[in-house]
Design a protein around this ligand. Structure first.
Ligand code: GDP
Length: 510
């Protein structure tokens, strides 16, 4: 029955975005799950999500098909270095197709719009390099609908051509080939298309479905044909979006402008962006103060597939970040607070696992060392440890000179195995205190001995003892050599003193 199914869905780990109504999953169930769960975490178990309602905001589920309208394609140009990507973008920008205001200067905002004489539009991304493309992919967010693969007809398929093909394929983005530099006498477009076959890019004349257009980016030849091919492909792809509802989009560039402050270029993917919208991106938010196009003109509203500059961010969010509209400033603050908290938790967890790993390694070493030394006499053991630590330390001290980092060599004694292990474990967690490095040069069981004092002397270190004693002769030797003896019966006092000593080693603040 109804409740049963919803309950079952709530308790499964499902990707909410992948919940598409079909014969098995009825739409009303999904709607119910989405409402009940608060539509929060993409991969979170829905039952967990229920317990922390409304703390974050995620993309909305797929829209009702009847509310969708066609939208322009967003195109990325890729290809090998020097094959003419920049030149192509420049000529497209300068071409008749671009609606630049008379006398206006086109600014670089990371994207621009081309309009064909027939009225169709194309948004070109001109974010330099492919870093943005890859970083967005890595976040599972991608603005690109079509890749135009530029291949120079005088050079053919090269490394980065192949890389670009792989990028597009992995992102499942269809391609159009722009065979460039066809104005050159040595141009051989047929060769390019044959070479592409080897990489499973089958152009139309070989019976495939990849359009190849012969162009000269430099002379501006055939750019209209390239744009038309793009529009044709876009029609096949049936690109659609919902112009209403809350805004969703992607940041493709972000920078700090002297006058405007933090500025981002945003590709709107859903909804219509306007002045006054409240947006969340990563761990910051904006109340949109201005929306500009690539001509620096303010625009009233920006619908799906348009690229606009957004001003009004509290802090600069990075490129590749998703933007989502929320209903109020209060809600934006809440979401940002929650995300910041989650981010901190994640970092803490990471740090904790590193510390645990270090401790385990150190304890393993300690146990191994003990096992290896078990058959030796006490005297032999000490000399082995002494030699081992001396080499370890001499390597470290040369490192230290380079990094100029203060360090505290330490000799650790405890009454029983367990207490020494516990101390090593605790001290290891202080390893993270990168200002002053802690070097445990020797640890062992039993009273502080003459040898401990000698070792501390050699390494200019201190002796810390837990529940151990010291004979008067050893005490005298220590004071003669100036070796600090710090004996405790309470662990936290020992740790406190150690912390004080560590801080005393730090250079004075200037
Ligand atoms: P990118 O590294 O792919 O961005 O390549 P560029 O756009 O910087 O072009 C590299 C060189 O090829 C430049 O010297 C361009 O002038 C030249 N170039 C680009 N397109 C054409 C073209 O269609 N014909 C000719 N003859 N040269 C071109």
């Amino acid at each position: 029955d109804y409740d049963h199914v919803v309950e079952a869905l709530l308790n499964t780990s499902v990707d909410l975005d992948s919940l598409e109504p079909d014969s098995v999953l009825e739409e009303k169930w999904i709607k119910e799950v989405v409402t009940r769960s608060g539509m929060k975490f993409k991969w979170a178990k829905l039952s967990e999500v229920r317990e922390r309602p409304n703390r974050d905001v995620l993309r909305r589920p797929s829209a009702d098909p009847s509310s969708l309208v066609p939208r322009p394609p967003v195109v990325t140009i890729m290809g090998h270095v020097d094959h003419g990507k920049t030149t192509l973008l420049d000529s497209l920008r300068k071409s008749q197709m671009v609606s630049t205001e008379a006398g206006g200067i086109t600014q670089h905002i990371g994207a621009f719009l081309v309009q064909l004489p027939t009225g169709e539009k194309i948004t070109f991304l001109d974010t330099p390099g492919h870093a943005a493309f890859s970083s967005m992919r890595a976040r599972g967010a991608d603005a690109t609908d079509i890749v135009i693969l530029v291949v120079a007809a005088d050079d053919g398929v090269m490394n980065q051509t192949v890389e670009s093909i792989e990028h597009a394929r992995r992102a499942e983005v269809p391609m159009i080939v722009a065979v460039n530099k066809c104005d050159k006498p040595q141009a051989d477009p047929q060769r390019v298309k044959r070479e592409l076959l080897a990489h499973n890019v089958v152009c139309e004349e070989f019976g495939g479905d990849v359009q190849a257009i012969h162009i000269s980016a430099l002379k501006g030849d055939n750019l209209l044909a390239l744009a038309e091919a793009t529009v044709t492909l876009a029609e096949v792809l049936e690109l659609k979006a919902e112009p209403g509802g809350v805004v969703e989009g992607l940041i493709i560039e972000s920078r700090t402008d002297k006058g405007k402050g933090p500025v981002t270029t945003v590709i709107v993917q859903r909804g219509t962006l306007k002045r006054g919208c409240i947006l969340v991106a990563g761990t910051t938010w904006a109340k949109v103060r201005f929306v500009f196009d690539e001509n620096g003109r303010t625009v009233k509203e920006a619908g799906p597939s348009s690229a606009v500059e957004v001003v009004g961010w509290k802090e600069l969010p990075p490129a590749g970040e998703l933007i989502l509209e929320v209903e109020s400033e209060q809600r934006a603050r809440e979401v940002v607070e929650w995300r910041t908290y989650e981010e901190q938790q994640r970092r803490l967890q990471e740090e904790q696992s590193v510390i645990e790993l270090k401790q385990r390694v150190h304890l393993d070493e300690y146990r191994k060392e003990r096992a290896e030394l078990a058959h030796l006499s006490w005297r032999q053991r000490k000399s082995v440890l002494y030699q081992a630590n001396k080499t370890k330390f001499s390597v470290r001290s040369s490192e230290r000179t380079q990094s100029d980092q203060p360090s505290l060599p330490l000799i650790l004694k405890g009454d029983v195995d367990g207490s020494v292990e516990a101390l090593v474990t605790i001290l290891d967690s202080y390893d993270a205190q990168e200002q002053c490095e802690l070097k445990v040069v020797h640890f062992g069981i039993g009273d502080v001995s003459e040898n401990d004092v000698n070792m501390a002397d050699v390494f200019a270190g201190s002796i810390y003892g837990f529940n151990v004693g010291v004979s008067s002769s050893v005490r005298q030797l220590a004071s003669k050599r100036g070796v600090p003896l710090r004996l405790h019966n309470i662990i936290y006092k020992l740790i406190d003193e150690l912390k004080d000593e560590l801080s005393s080693k730090l250079p004075p603040l200037v």
